[in-house]
Design a protein around this ligand. Structure first.
Ligand code: AKG
Length: 268
């Protein structure tokens, strides 16, 4: 296999620990472009099809249950969004999703010749001095088969303990599905206390433009933002091209392989 980006050592860390920090992936210019683009999308100023994008406003309480409704369409001119999905329909984000390093990572996970779709390509935001606590969970959805294995998380701002960086439990992807009862992989408080005690937590602190690969089953969570620095990030879950929703018809955007999306065709 062509391993231009991932040495065997890096890959062994991903397999053993369930995560690996790949480091700088975005040039300063590309980073600036994505930062500006996501702000323009939030402010309703981007020439994108908002009816395709799932958008959710941040909570004001910091509680997960209080975050806004996740529905398609713009929800007001504000930087206080928590989540925006379907960013593969934006040409600038799609170009980034299709970075050759990510192609290589998908090849390692799913096989070099396998086509790849995305379950979600999402902006995750913790606005300055706000943000919503995200409880411990595994990125596993009971209606999606087979389970996706790879999420690639890129910092668009510094991600620090203070502003709510992702926290993980290294190696926890080997525990299997901890709460199969929950449709989207969230742990009960008792399971979180057992599997994610403070002494096992690793804070995934990253510089803007740095990327980390996460195994979908690695336990992760993130806190509120207790700082004046926003914590913008872009997270993409890559799946085997044959992955299906077993409960309802759903088509997933193909990003690698025959018939993959093409950013040039999205430019309006
Ligand atoms: O960005 C975060 O705080 C968490 C993101 C997450 O859960 C994910 O990317 O799967």
């Amino acid at each position: 296999m062509n391993t231009r980006y991932f040495t065997d050592d890096l890959w062994t860390q991903f397999e053993e620990e369930g995560y690996v920090i790949f480091g700088d992936i975005l040039s300063a210019l590309d980073l600036r472009m994505l930062q500006k683009r996501i702000n323009a999308i939030m402010l309703g100023e981007a020439d994108v099809d908002y009816t395709r994008m799932m958008m959710q406003l941040d909570s004001t309480s910091g509680n997960y249950e209080d975050a806004g409704e996740q529905t398609q369409g713009h929800k007001g001119k504000t930087l206080n969004y928590r989540k925006i999905q379907q960013l593969e329909f934006d040409p600038q984000f799609l170009r980034f999703i299709q970075h050759p390093a990510f192609r290589e990572a998908c090849g390692r996970v799913y096989g070099e010749q396998t086509s790849v779709t995305v379950f979600r390509s999402m902006f995750m935001n913790k606005p300055a001095n706000r943000g919503t606590f995200l409880p411990w969970h595994q990125d596993r959805w009971s209606s999606i088969e087979p389970d996706p294995q790879l999420t690639i998380w890129t910092a668009l701002d510094p991600a620090t303990k203070e502003n709510g960086c992702v926290q993980i439990i290294p190696g926890s992807h080997k525990l299997g599905i901890i709460n199969p009862e929950h449709p989207s992989g969230f742990l009960t408080p008792e399971q979180a206390a057992e599997h994610a005690p403070a002494e096992k937590v690793f804070h995934l602190e990253l510089q803007p433009g740095e990327t980390a690969l996460l195994h979908n089953h690695v336990l992760h969570a993130s806190d509120r933002n207790n700082s004046a620095q926003s914590r913008r990030a872009f997270s993409v879950c890559y799946m085997h091209g044959e992955t299906r929703n077993t409960k309802r018809p759903e088509s997933f955007s193909r990003v690698f392989g025959p018939g993959a999306m093409n950013a040039e065709e999205l430019v309006v």
